[in-house]
Design a protein around this ligand. Structure first.
Ligand SMILES: C[S@@+](CC[C@H](N)C(=O)[O-])C[C@H]1O[C@@H](n2cnc3c(N)ncnc32)[C@H](O)[C@@H]1O
Length: 262
């Protein structure tokens, strides 16, 4: 099989494994609400919000609690958006949510279209710095960016762990470094916290591990499906061993326009 075909096969398997889940990465409704508190969103009505890399809608459904909000839920994969649309209908939220299938590196939006850009556990797909830099123009001046991103919790960590993450995502860094990137690209950080352990174990890894058996049943004898599950199991084990050294940091920042020339 050509390597491109293999890659799309793996992506299709990953979507099949994850599409039945409430969330596709670590997070929690309470943490989404905390970020909304820090962003000062509850007192505002009629906000236009984009949720980039929305998956099946975990954060979009919490954002939909805002008064008279209009949410644009964006993802690369139609299967996730179809699932989100069905769930929105069941929750009676269809009137405040629309879906857009698009690549986050090439979003079909106008300058200053949104009051809020939200993205939980997804910006790593294009890289934190490239993401915050290129998305800024879609925010109104003074608008809010809220993103969660894998972050080192300590200044030092075991060498093997560092090597693993540098291989997976070279942009992993401390919160101080991430905030410096936000400032460099025209944002003022206004809030930060880290996701607690239950956001990984109870909200994400637990339900995902419960799906492994059914997933392998649907793809019996498929070596690629077995390798997908093996990789997920390795990720769970890594967190169980080294979870005190990394988590998702939630970064909330306001677009500044003071002395930005680009
Ligand atoms: C780790 S999941 C997080 C999903 C959701 N925000 C959540 O917290 O449950 C990352 C999401 O980003 C989406 N994604 C990955 N690459 C993308 C891209 N280039 N453009 C748009 N979405 C992308 C994936 O399909 C997936 O839904």
């Amino acid at each position: 099989m050509e390597s491109e075909d293999m890659e799309s096969d793996i992506m299709a398997l990953l979507v099949d494994l994850h599409r039945r889940q409430d969330r596709q990465g670590p997070g929690g409704d309470a943490q989404t609400r905390t970020a909304m508190d820090l962003a000062g969103l509850w007192s505002q009505t009629g906000l236009r919000v984009a949720d980039i890399g929305c998956g099946t809608g975990a954060s979009a459904f919490v954002l939909a609690e805002l008064p008279d909000v209009s949410i644009t839920a964006v993802d690369l994969f139609d299967d996730f958006l179809t699932e989100l649309t069905m769930r929105a209908r069941k929750r009676g939220l269809s009137d405040r949510l629309r879906t857009v299938a698009a690549d986050m590196t090439d979003l079909p939006f106008s300058d200053e279209e949104f009051d809020v850009l939200w993205s939980e556990g997804a910006i790593y797909s294009m890289g934190f710095e490239a993401g915050v830099k290129s998305w800024r123009r879609f925010l109104k001046p003074g608008g809010v960016l809220a993103v969660s991103e894998i972050t080192w919790l300590t200044r030092e960590r075991p060498e093997s762990l560092e090597e693993y993450w540098i291989g997976e995502y070279p942009e992993i860094d401390t919160a101080a470094a991430k905030m410096a990137i936000l400032e460099k690209h025209g944002y003022a950080p206004i809030g930060y916290f880290t996701l607690p352990r239950e956001c990984w174990i109870d909200a994400y890894f637990g339900p995902l591990a419960n799906e492994f058996g059914r997933f392998l049943g649907r793809h019996e004898g498929n070596a690629a499906a077995e390798s997908v599950v093996a990789a997920e199991r390795a990720e769970i084990e890594l967190f169980q061993t080294y979870g005190e050294f990394y988590s998702y940091g939630f970064y909330i920042a306001r677009r500044t326009d003071a002395i930005m020339s680009s």
